[in-house]
Ligand binder design. Structure first.
Ligand SMILES: NC(=O)c1ccc[n+]([C@@H]2O[C@H](COP(=O)([O-])OP(=O)(O)OC[C@H]3O[C@@H](n4cnc5c(N)ncnc54)[C@H](OP(=O)(O)O)[C@@H]3O)[C@@H](O)[C@H]2O)c1
Length: 299
């Protein structure tokens, strides 16, 4: 059973965790900080970032903490975050693309994309793209992209990525989480084709008690718990991301999940990706679309 006690000493490593103010992101950032890494808490709200930093400092860690505002629903804000990071830091060992939004009422990013594909996938595509030169210049750097078992139900609808047609909250969430898997695997393919040393790995946290359910009704939440069973505390849901970020046997293109059947609970284990998550043609088309709409080409 792998827990955060297995992380080892991360002194001298620098990491970014998106959505680090709460839930899985908070626990991921805290564990990296406890293990000695210098961690940037990349959060949408400065106040929430400050509160999270204060709570982490109170718990104590061996590394350094820094906060930075990052709104993944705005390409300009992502560029600004990345430029500031690159000015201040000369390396980036661990990028955890964790932030996410689930089943909001139909809404769009500042750049006009359906919010879930926009924040969960496109925002992280842009962030990774801006930071890639620094990742590539850092020996042993890893990009961990957080998906969900909802990816199993996902399908990329290239004609509806700006909500041009109907909106179905869960369908769009599942699409965005499939996009996270396709992105993670396609990034690894491109890394290998370029002969780079960066590693791209996907993770999913299982079913956890976090604010992710904020847009669910009580009935929807109750039905989900009845179907899934007990939810985990987010420290446990953070373990697959942490394993992907630091464990020695991890390979680029891997996917880590809690190990109980269904992927809802347990401790990190490598899980095979279903064929639609490995579809090269869809992954390429999605990457090319993201490159075109963000204006960022990398690898
Ligand atoms: N919890 C689960 O059971 C579960 C299951 C499968 C997958 N996941 C995945 O795990 C990841 C973390 O989720 P969680 O459960 O920890 O959810 P959470 O508690 O709701 O945390 C989500 C984080 O993402 C941030 N965020 C949302 N929109 C953003 C934006 N536009 N720009 C920057 N940050 C933004 C939130 O910031 P604010 O606090 O400011 O809103 C928050 O920090 C997500 O990718 C989610 O899809 C979670």
């Amino acid at each position: 059973m792998w827990t955060k006690k297995n992380i080892g000493d991360l002194t001298g490593k620098t990491g970014i965790v998106t959505g680090a103010n709460t839930g899985i992101g908070y626990e991921t950032a805290l564990a990296l900080y406890e293990a000695g890494a210098d961690v940037v808490l990349a959060c949408r709200s400065e106040q929430n970032a400050q509160d999270a930093e204060a709570r982490m400092r109170a718990q104590g860690g061996k590394g350094q903490l820094e906060i930075a505002v990052l709104n993944l629903a705005n390409f300009g804000a992502i560029r600004e975050f990345a430029q500031t990071f690159i000015q201040k830091h000369d390396k980036l060992d661990i990028l955890i693309n964790n932030a996410g939004v689930m089943i909001p009422p139909g809404s769009k990013t500042d750049d006009g994309f359906e919010l879930q594909i926009g924040v969960n996938f496109l925002g992280h595509y842009a962030l990774t793209g801006y930071l890639y030169p620094l990742l590539n210049a850092t020996q042993g750097a890893r990009v961990v992209t957080v998906s969900s078992m909802a990816y199993l139900h996902g399908k990329i609808d290239f004609d509806n990525l700006r909500s041009e047609h109907s909106y179905d909250a869960f369908r769009e969430y599942a699409q965005s989480k499939l996009a996270n898997i396709l992105f993670s695997v396609e990034l690894q393919r491109r890394i290998e084709a370029a002969g780079d040393q960066v590693m791209s790995v996907a993770a999913q946290p299982g079913a956890n008690k976090t604010d992710l359910s904020r847009f669910m009704t009580d009935e929807e939440y109750g039905a989900a718990v009845e179907r899934i069973g007990d939810l985990m505390d987010p420290w446990q849901g953070a373990l697959p991301s942490l394993y992907a970020a630091v464990a020695e046997d991890v390979k680029g293109g891997d996917f880590y999940s809690p190990n109980e059947p269904g992927g809802y609970r347990g401790y990190p284990e490598k899980l095979p990706i279903e064929p639609h998550g490995l579809d090269v043609a869809v992954a390429r088309r999605l990457w090319e679309w993201a490159s075109e709409v963000t204006g960022i080409s990398f690898r």
